[in-house]
Design a protein around this ligand. Structure first.
Ligand SMILES: Nc1ncnc2c1ncn2[C@@H]1O[C@H](COP(=O)(O)OP(=O)(O)OP(=O)(O)O)[C@@H](O)[C@H]1O
Ligand SMILES: [Mg+2]
Length: 262
């Protein structure tokens, strides 16, 4: 993905410069962490990168395609083909099995139902849930639920996986499992961009991009906080985890545009 002077201003009043015009290239197969304080513009960045919101300035090229030139329908189709999303809240349908939840992501695709089931099960195997195909989300741990959500993101065979605080609702054990899974996906060639407050997540990524007051900047890896962290999974003093999984709701109350079809 390539941002050339990409910015987004919410019209207001007053206008909010949520993302100041910025340059960023992410190559195929990179693992990039996006960090920054609350309200700094991280989700705005992700929504633009994920073709959920169109930038108000600049040019965004995804796999070489100038996304500004696309109609709404073509943008939606491109998003469906190329991008998988994982959010902090898992957004699973409570009365549908793991397999059905993953299948629902393909409901608007041309994939026939039998093939949808096969693909859903392949994706669940890939995230280590082959033994939980028929489980309802309420019978799964938080980490397993997030793995179902990751399987759902993978089922469409995206080239880019965008994650907004994927470990934000998880205790440290489950967060480590999800983090290891993201590492495996990256190792298998997936391009992964992860918004995170979690130093272990940022430490695992090859690159860290910082957003502050809507201004995106990049430090060299050697300067990045946590770049040389031991990766031992021990929570750091400034990132305490109390082991209490949180409710299935975003902490920031920001509307998540990605919704399961009812
Ligand atoms: N739809 C909107 N209309 C107007 N302003 C918005 C809208 N969505 C977000 N903002 C503002 O844009 C800025 C960036 O918000 P954003 O959600 O990108 O922050 P964030 O870095 O993801 O924060 P958090 O870590 O709390 O999730 C904030 O000032 C926010 O209030
Ligand atoms: Mg956010």
């Amino acid at each position: 993905m390539e941002f050339r002077g990409v910015g987004l201003t919410y019209p207001g009043p007053p206008p909010v410069h949520a993302l100041r015009p910025c340059e960023l290239s992410v190559d195929v197969g990179e693992f990039v962490a996006v960090v920054g304080p609350s309200g700094s513009g991280k989700s705005t960045f992700l929504n633009v990168a994920g073709l959920l919101d169109a930038p108000t300035e600049g040019t965004y090229l995804l796999d070489g395609i100038d996304t500004a030139a696309l109609s709404d329908a073509d943008r939606t189709a491109l998003r469906g083909r190329r991008i998988g999303f994982v959010f902090q809240a898992f957004h699973l349908m409570p009365h549908r099995s793991a397999t059905e939840n993953v299948m629902l992501s393909m409901v608007y695709s041309a994939v026939p139902r039998a093939e949808r089931r096969t693909r859903a099960r392949d994706a669940l195997r890939r995230v280590g849930l082959a033994h939980r195909f028929d489980a309802l989300p309420g019978r799964l741990s938080g980490g397993e639920r997030q793995r179902v959500a990751i399987a759902r993101a993978l089922a469409g065979r995206p080239s880019l996986l965008l994650c907004d605080e994927p470990t934000g609702n998880l205790d440290s054990g489950n967060a480590d499992t999800v983090l290891a899974l993201l590492g495996e996906l990256h190792a298998s060639g997936m391009t992964v961009v992860v918004i995170t407050h979690d130093r272990d997540v940022a430490a695992r990524a090859g690159r860290t991009v910082t957003i502050r007051d809507g201004i995106l900047s990049e430090e060299r890896a050697a300067d990045a906080p946590g770049a040389d962290a031991p990766g031992d999974g021990i929570p750091r003093a400034d990132a305490p985890r109390d082991g209490t999984p949180q409710a299935d709701a975003p902490r920031d109350g920001v509307h998540r545009p990605e919704r399961d079809p009812a």
